[in-house]
Ligand binder design. Structure first.
Ligand code: UDP
Length: 253
């Protein structure tokens, strides 16, 4: 087998050159980091679960007309994606107070927010991804006003879709982070959803018990991360080990 060219290596993923121009292979590693890289661990099986969960969510989003970079699954750890130019802004959508919002504004974790709130963070590890406003984004040319509008509209569509999907399987979508990229098609450029959506990038709480089914288990040394991610995959109907084959989520009453 010929050696693939590595295009980029991040904290939890590697990007390789794809089989055709304009494509890449996104490979999910088992590495996990928190607190701006101060905490690091390798958790066996995490990459496989995140790849499975993210490809499931991205293909559903493609199905409802949300443009994404996802093309198709390749294997347990890899997916074929379109090459995009990543916009250097992390977009966080919040439905319930938690994490940095609770800390910054003194709002108790678990408080339902009056409406979904969108925040922007500048993607820069050296600076620890600082929160920025639309003013900073346009003034420094990270994205145009139109691109900001597109990102916000898409983020809200993703939020509505995900909140419903998760509620149906007994999970509260507290918040999540997404990234967007510019897809160049001939003379056209459009904003599409990129990166991943997985329990690494969402806060997911069991609706009955409030159990955390996400990366906070690692951030707060709670243990049971793999079991929690497996539970998310199992409820989405995409974990096939030791159970009859079933596709799609099972409604939790
Ligand atoms: N998040 C992420 N990557 C980051 C920062 C945040 O995926 O670099 C996600 C995080 O998992 C949560 C949401 O974005 O679902 C909001 O995170 P918050 O701002 O509360 O940050 P934290 O408490 O993790 O510092």
């Amino acid at each position: 087998m010929s050696r693939r060219r590595r295009v980029y290596e991040g904290k939890a993923k590697v990007l390789y050159e794809g089989p055709e121009p304009g494509t890449l292979i996104q490979h999910f590693k088992d590495d996990t980091t928190a607190n701006n890289n101060q905490k690091h661990a390798t958790i066996e099986g995490k990459g496989v679960l995140n790849n499975r969960i993210s490809e499931f969510i991205f293909s559903k989003l493609n199905d409802i007309g949300v443009p994404t970079h996802f093309i198709r699954s390749i294997n347990m750890r890899e997916q074929l994606i379109r090459e995009v130019e990543i916009i250097p802004c992390e977009v966080v959508v919040r439905n319930v107070a938690a994490g940095s919002l609770s800390k910054r504004l003194g709002i108790e974790e678990g408080t339902q927010l009056p409406r979904s709130i969108i925040e922007f963070y500048y993607k820069n590890d050296e600076l620890g991804d600082p929160m920025v406003s639309e003013e900073h984004i346009t003034a420094f040319g990270w994205a145009t006003p139109q691109e900001i509008d597109d990102m916000m509209a898409l983020a809200l569509r993703v939020n509505d879709f995900l909140a419903g999907l998760f509620l149906g399987i007994g999970i509260r979508l507290v918040d999540f982070k997404v990234e967007f990229g510019r897809l160049y098609e001939g003379d056209m450029v459009r904003v599409v959803l990129a990166d991943e959506i997985s329990p690494d990038s969402c806060r997911l709480w069991d609706t009955r018990t409030n159990d955390k089914l996400d990366k906070d288990r690692f951030r707060h040394d709670m243990g049971g991360l793999i079991e929690a991610y497996q539970e998310v995959a199992r409820r989405l109907g995409i974990l096939f080990e030791n159970e009859p084959k079933r596709r799609g989520p099972t409604l939790v009453k």
